[in-house]
Design a protein around this ligand. Structure first.
Ligand SMILES: Cc1ncc(C[n+]2csc(CCOP(=O)(O)OP(=O)(O)O)c2C)c(N)n1
Length: 391
């Protein structure tokens, strides 16, 4: 297949939901505007603040990586609307399974920037309390989290069955909220990229989720690239069309539009909670930066990509909307700049003060009980290390 081929779908393509265009102008939608209308001006400003923090934090972490202070960084530039608006539409007792680029999801969920850093500094594997936030660890093995999420969602159905039989609310594993007080039935949201959907794990997850009516949202951020492979090579059709093949609804949404992403996610979670099973959302966004700090996109990306995609930047769009509707002015944006600057200053100090762990510490944590494979790895590692001569 040629790399320039455009994905088309002769069997029908879900409409692309957009409530706010690139200029920040809104258009009502018969089904989705009602959900977006739940957001107050304060909510939108708050979302802008989190998006701005995500971006500023991302830039700071990129600089720290360039200075040799981090092993690697995975930038989220361009995907802030998809991440922050979808996370805002989830309930506190929904359990989230992120990929490795979902910093906006975490920050929206109340995880601090500092807590995101250990994985990239090598000073720990999981910096946040997964049970407190109902957010699983980042997953670097593509799509593994999609299986975990589906299994977790199937477990929630089993919990509900036990509750129906015994009358006792089940807490589930790691649910931070009190199930007797929760207004919403818990569900699961899993994040993955367009490239990840080509993994068998995603296919298996979707088959199981459909068969068992699992309460899970598959939130795919189509950022148009799987490292250097363009979306046109990965899929002949928009990813949202695939859901029909599994027998559940697929939504296609402008992933740079906070209103559309929020509305689609709220709609999907309502549907999932009523027991109708899974939903797939494809958020069409764009990765403005490199895949990671180890990547050089100038080697594979068209030279004019900036001219095409930078005007679609979700930050510019929300700013235009807030300004044109008189909800925010220079003073607001100056405050945000000062706030994010302060935040990343303290992250920088935190990172520089945190000590990288030794490799053996990771081996200690691989299994709860002794494991022969781990001991073999330990012996191999020690022998390898002993092979280096002292200066
Ligand atoms: C199982 C597995 N295969 C290959 C890789 C190497 N790899 C890391 S990221 C990536 C591309 C992922 O693209 P996508 O799913 O679209 O997510 P994005 O990074 O664009 O957010 C690949 C192939 C991996 N981490 N895990």
């Amino acid at each position: 297949m040629s790399q320039t081929q455009n994905p088309t779908n002769p069997w029908g393509t879900p409409e692309r939901i957009q409530l706010m265009n690139e200029a920040g102008e809104t258009t009502p939608h018969t089904s989705f505007s009602a959900y977006a209308d739940e957001l107050t001006g304060e909510d939108l400003k708050d979302m802008y603040r989190t998006m701005a923090l995500t971006r500023r934090f991302c830039d700071e972490m990129t600089s720290l990586q360039r200075q040799g202070q981090l092993a690697l960084w995975v930038p989220s530039r361009g995907q802030e609307a998809a991440q922050v608006a979808s996370a805002r539409a989830l309930a506190a007792n929904d359990y989230i399974f992120p990929s490795y680029r979902d910093h906006g999801v975490l920050l929206e969920r109340g995880i601090t920037p500092e807590e995101i850093t250990p994985l990239f500094r090598g000073s720990g594997t999981l910096g946040w309390d997964a049970k407190k936030h109902n957010v699983h660890s980042y997953t670097l093995v593509l799509a593994a989290q999609v299986l975990h999420a589906t299994g977790y969602a199937m477990g929630l159905n089993l919990d509900a069955e036990i509750e129906a039989e015994t009358g006792e609310a089940q807490t589930g594993q790691g649910q931070a909220t009190d199930p007797t007080q929760d207004p919403d039935k818990p569900a699961v949201a899993v994040y993955c990229g367009d490239g990840s959907t080509t993994e068998g794990d995603v296919h298996e997850s979707m088959v199981f989720a459909a068969s068992y009516n699992a309460p899970v949202l598959f939130f795919v951020q189509n950022n148009h690239w799987a490292i250097s492979v363009p979306f046109s090579v990965q899929s002949r059709v928009p990813i949202s069309t695939r859901a029909a093949g599994y027998g559940f609804e697929g939504l296609r949404v402008d992933g740079n539009d906070v209103l559309a992403v929020y509305a689609a996610t709220r709609y999907a979670m309502d549907k999932i909670r009523t027991g109708e099973g899974p939903v797939l959302i494809e958020a069409e966004t764009y990765r403005l930066g490199p895949h990671t700090t180890a990547d050089d996109p100038t080697k594979y990306r068209p030279e004019d990509h900036g001219a095409t995609y930078e005007p679609l930047d979700p930050m510019l769009r929300l700013e235009a909307y807030l300004r044109s509707t008189g909800q925010a002015d220079d003073a607001f944006f100056d405050d945000i700049a000062a706030y994010t600057k302060e935040q990343v200053k303290s992250v920088r100090s935190y990172v520089l003060a945190s000590e990288p762990e030794t490799f053996e510490t990771y081996l200690d944590r691989a299994y709860a009980a002794p494991h022969q494979q781990v001991e073999d790895d330990r012996s191999f590692y020690r022998a390898y290390n002993d092979g280096f001569e002292e200066d």
